[in-house]
Design a protein around this ligand. Structure first.
Ligand code: FES
Length: 361
């Protein structure tokens, strides 16, 4: 996201003020040790090594909402799949070689298949379009065993807040909350009813506890209105676009809720960034990296084939080799040994003002 332009509103639409932008920065700086409401970023940090690879076959490929397909993925031999908990994600390697993370939205009690739901992002990196247009029943994929960076702690009172396709990790959490008899509510927001998958499935858990808000019918909800659904002392689990998370963080203190767990889509805003330069190879062209953009975003303008997945410094997909220069590593993936050997994750890592990083490209 280019922070030189005003940030979008709760649904990612253009917005004239800069307030939410500052709140996003606040949320990313927030340290629970400072006191006040407890904010818990999904702890992706515990991902130092990839999990074991597994083979999967597509057993269902179906449209479940406007621009959303769901996939069922099973073991090719029919064997039970590795277990997982609500909030877990699967790292899929697509036939093109692209790697993408998707939240599992099936029932962890059913080991016969994994289910994911993917919204088509026409101007994204191509992963969602490949899944929509090129995958079919019978296609084989490799994946890493599910890993959880957004764990559900089953607090006695819970509010689930989903923006758009952010419903996917929250659906199995809501199922679990219903099964455990917790005091839970779920609010799913979207542009139109047709764009929101799994509405009937959610209502089947308990229709009195599920609220669907659509932009065209209800208008864009404020974070205060969303949090007003929280039972007293509730833990909030929120998954959606960055502006939605920032607004919820801002409103949490004055709400009935007590704590916040969240998972964002895509990249977080750059904080405390300085402008620096990357050079492609020892004698290659130089690219200026503005203070508010990632090196990966700038590199992809001239090398759109560069792989990436999380955009947040935890998956390792964008890894490059540094030939010279002093980087500021901001990832949560690389070990000190890997950094010392020249590994760099350009989706988040940067350099001091005026520094030049020479990359092996
Ligand atoms: S894209 Fe995941 S670490 Fe860079």
């Amino acid at each position: 996201m280019d922070l030189s332009t005003p940030p979008p509103d709760l649904y990612g639409r253009p917005r004239p003020d800069r307030f939410i932008q500052r709140l996003t920065a606040f949320g990313d700086r927030y340290n629970p040790a400072m006191g006040g409401p407890l904010l818990r970023r999904s702890p992706h940090r515990a991902e130092p090594r990839p999990t074991r690879q597994i083979q999967l076959v597509v057993t269902r490929h179906e449209s479940v909402a406007d621009d959303v397909v769901e996939l069922h993925l099973a073991d090719p031999s029919g064997a039970p799949l590795p277990g997982w908990q609500p909030g877990a994600r699967l790292l899929l390697t697509l036939p093109s070689g692209r790697e993408r993370h998707y939240s599992l939205c099936s029932d962890p009690a059913d080991p016969r298949h994994y289910r994911i739901a993917v919204r088509r992002i026409a101007d994204g990196g191509g992963g969602s379009v490949e899944i929509h247009d090129e995958l079919h029943v019978g296609a084989r994929l490799t994946a890493r065993r599910p890993r959880n960076g957004f764990a559900f702690c089953a607090e006695p009172a819970v509010l689930f807040l989903a923006g758009g396709i952010g419903i996917t990790p929250l659906l199995p959490m809501a199922r679990e909350a219903a099964r455990l008899g917790l005091d839970w509510r779920l609010v799913h927001t979207g542009r139109t009813a047709g764009s929101m998958p799994f509405a009937d499935e959610l209502r089947a858990f308990d229709p009195r506890r599920v609220t669907l808000l659509t932009d065209d019918r209800d208008g864009a909800p404020t974070a205060e209105a969303l949090l007003a659904h929280a039972p007293a002392g509730a833990a909030v689990y929120c998954c959606g676009p960055a502006p939605m998370l920032a607004a919820v963080q801002r409103a949490l203190d004055a709400s009935p809720a007590r704590s916040l767990h969240f998972e964002r889509f895509g990249a977080a805003p750059v904080l405390d960034g300085h402008s620096f330069t990357v050079r492609l190879g020892a004698g290659g062209p130089e690219l200026p990296i503005p203070a508010d953009r990632s090196a990966l975003d700038v590199l992809r303008e001239i090398r759109p084939d560069l792989p990436y997945s999380c955009h947040q410094g935890f998956c390792g997909t964008c890894r490059l080799r540094l030939l010279s220069g002093t980087p500021q590593h901001r990832d949560r993936r690389l070990t000190e040994e890997e950094r010392a050997a020249g590994a760099l994750l350009p989706c988040v890592s940067r350099a001091a003002e005026g520094e030049t990083l020479v990359l092996d490209l």
